[in-house]
Ligand binder design. Structure first.
Ligand code: G1P
Length: 288
């Protein structure tokens, strides 16, 4: 079984829900306290043993490339002033550890992934949707890689949501369940509530076999008139093993403003350097 060495981060989206904050900066650069969302996703990939990060970007996304580059003037100045550069350590992705490819038109998530096909090549790979912010130890992808090492095939992370919200997501038809692993017997992108096969949604982490690229090649438009990754995965069920992993941690939907604020509060409260202060402030705020 080939190991998971590469991860694709589709980051070409416009981020209209966060305007005006995202007019001039990518939504993936919005910070949770002091670390951009994309940094958390890359850290989660590294923790899972992934070595090469492939970003599918678009116009206006160069801040992501700068973030993972060396900032020569900044580092030189900090070093001269005797400041520690440790905080920048996770932001360094050398040329062998990252690649950027453009999605030139907003044709959907499936199309974004397909744009990375030449760099992914003929090996299984991970996908991270960075606005799905996963907090836990081990991280979501590490938990999935461990499951992959036992099961092989294709894996997606899932979680339960209130039934009335399923229409915003990809939804699985669940088969047999064994602990945190559920067999996937069907997949549908953004179904009507009454048509949804369950309330288990795809929560933004995938391990897929390279055949998905060939399936995407001739994938027709689906929900929202976009080329959907979910539709391509659905066509692979039956030809390859397909399982869902229920993540044993917390998930924040940072594609929504409420989820984003919740994530900031939760992470701030959990931090050693500010948790106590924030807790006291929040309690005081709520009491008055
Ligand atoms: C995408 C996927 C969907 C998944 C969701 C998770 O949808 O197509 O299957 O459930 O991410 O956030 P989007 O949020 O891009 O509409």
């Amino acid at each position: 079984m080939k190991p998971i060495r590469k991860a694709v981060f589709p980051v070409a989206g416009l981020g209209t829900r966060f305007l005006p904050a995202t007019k001039a900066i990518p939504k993936e650069m919005l910070p949770i306290v002091d670390r951009p969302l994309i940094q958390y996703a890359v850290d989660e990939a590294r923790e899972a043993g992934i070595e090469q990060m492939i970003f599918v970007t678009g116009r206006g996304k160069s801040a992501i490339e700068d973030h993972f580059d060396i900032a020569f003037e900044l580092e030189k100045t900090m070093a001269e002033r005797g400041k520690s550069l440790e905080v920048l350590e996770p932001t360094r992705l050398g040329p062998g550890n990252c690649a950027y490819v453009r999605q030139q038109e907003p044709l959907g998530l499936g199309h974004a992934i397909w744009c990375a096909r030449a760099i992914v090549g003929d090996e299984p790979f991970a996908i991270f949707l960075p606005d799905e912010f996963m907090v836990g130890s081990p991280g979501c992808m590490k938990q999935m890689v461990e499951a992959y090492n036992r099961l092989g095939g294709n894996l997606i992370s899932v979680l339960e949501v209130p039934r009335e919200t399923v229409s915003s997501y990809g939804v699985i038809a669940p088969g047999a369940r064994d602990g945190d692993i559920t067999e996937v017997t069907g997949l549908v992108e953004k179904p009507k509530v009454e048509d949804a096969p369950s309330n288990l949604i795809i929560s933004g982490r995938y391990i897929l076999q390279p055949e998905v690229m060939r399936t995407l090649e001739n994938q027709e438009k689906g929900a929202g008139e976009e080329i959907q990754l979910t539709d391509a995965m659905a066509r692979m069920i039956g030809t390859q093993p397909f399982h869902a992993v229920t993540f044993a941690g917390k998930r924040y939907d940072c594609g929504s403003k409420v989820g984003y604020v919740q994530a900031n509060l939760a992470i701030a409260l959990a931090r050693d350097d500010m948790g106590e202060e924030i807790r006291a402030f929040a309690l005081d705020l709520l009491a008055n």
